[in-house]
Design a protein around this ligand. Structure first.
Ligand code: SF4
Ligand code: SF4
Length: 301
């Protein structure tokens, strides 16, 4: 499952963050109203504290390219689906607390809940928000998946139980670095005087997951990507030593495009059911593979 971090914070209403951070620029897979995004008490009456968990998913790529047209998955998209892994951790945590004598109500969420996970993670001391719009932890970088549990247990009680680990050293942050902005293939990260603005409509990760047809410029923008995009994370120095493992199997992370285009439903399920790739379905994956093949041909002629 990899390496994890945990922290705890109070469940008082959150401050709205402009641009990146509070979903104002986020992809519209899940839409919540501000009162749902900002008020943990609307999710769980009597909410007093929030436990935030993060698990690392960064892996170094080490394989020989060959002559076949191949696509690319983001590293977080392959391997055990982080929804499953984080849900198991949260369930285990709840179980441990109950066995420890706590009687409490809770609401657990991974990815699809209304509260802004990155804002909660910052508040719980797990890291800070980088210019790429992602949570950055000094040890695990930005290849992190986050889940949380809102509880009615008092914060002071949990603080002694949950090992709050603050890896952020003052003054590290982004500084003058703009590598992620320069590396972004969709020009989705835009630097402004007020900070970085994220335009989800241009983000390749969003484009590879959205339903329906892609427009011509969207098809070109995704390049060879089949699901997700790691460009803004690969560019970041904070990820240099943040890997939890290595991927050496080219077919695992960069499958042949002809194989994806010919996948049967049964084979798709066998290969991808336990991964995050699965949730968008075979149709979207084949659509992306067809666009990637067009792009591969245009790069090679
Ligand atoms: S995931 Fe890719 S397209 Fe989206 S912001 Fe990062 S680099 Fe840009
Ligand atoms: S690449 Fe540079 S600017 Fe972007 S998040 Fe990393 S340190 Fe910050």
């Amino acid at each position: 499952m990899g390496k994890g971090i945990a922290g705890v914070c109070g469940a008082e209403p959150l401050e709205p963050w402009p641009g990146i951070g509070l979903g104002t620029g986020g992809a519209p897979f899940i839409r919540y109203k501000p009162e749902q995004r900002l008020y943990p008490g609307n999710l769980l009456p009597g909410a007093a504290s929030i436990i935030v968990l993060g698990i690392g998913c960064g892996r170094e790529l080490s394989y020989e390219a060959d002559e076949h047209p191949r696509g690319r998955f983001s590293v977080g998209a392959v391997g055990l689906d982080y929804h499953i892994a984080l849900r198991a951790l949260l369930d285990g945590l709840e179980d441990t607390l109950r066995k420890g004598g706590y009687i409490f109500e809770c609401h657990k969420s991974v990815d699809t809940g209304p509260l802004p996970e990155k804002a909660l993670a910052v508040k719980a001391g797990l890291g800070w928000l980088g210019r790429n719009g992602l949570l950055i932890n000094d040890e695990l970088g930005s290849f992190l998946n986050i889940g949380y549990m809102v509880t009615d247990i008092e914060l002071t009680e949990l603080e002694s139980l949950i090992p709050l680990e603050i890896f952020t050293e003052k003054g590290r942050f982004c500084g003058e670095c703009n590598r992620c902005i320069k590396a972004c293939p969709g020009a989705a990260l835009i630097k402004t005087d007020e900070g970085t603005v994220f335009d989800y409509r241009k983000c390749v990760s969003y484009l590879t997951q959205k339903k329906g047809e892609l427009a011509g410029d969207e098809r070109r923008s995704i390049g060879l990507r089949l699901y997700g995009c790691d460009a803004c994370q690969d560019a970041c120095d904070y990820n240099r030593n943040a890997y939890i493992g290595k991927i050496t199997d080219i077919d695992y992370i960069a499958p042949r495009l002809d194989e994806i285009l010919n996948l049967t439903k049964a084979e798709y399920e066998r290969r991808y059911k336990a991964t995050a790739v699965y949730w968008r379905g075979l149709g979207v994956l084949k659509r992306n593979a067809a666009a990637a093949l067009e792009n591969w041909k245009s790069y090679n002629h």
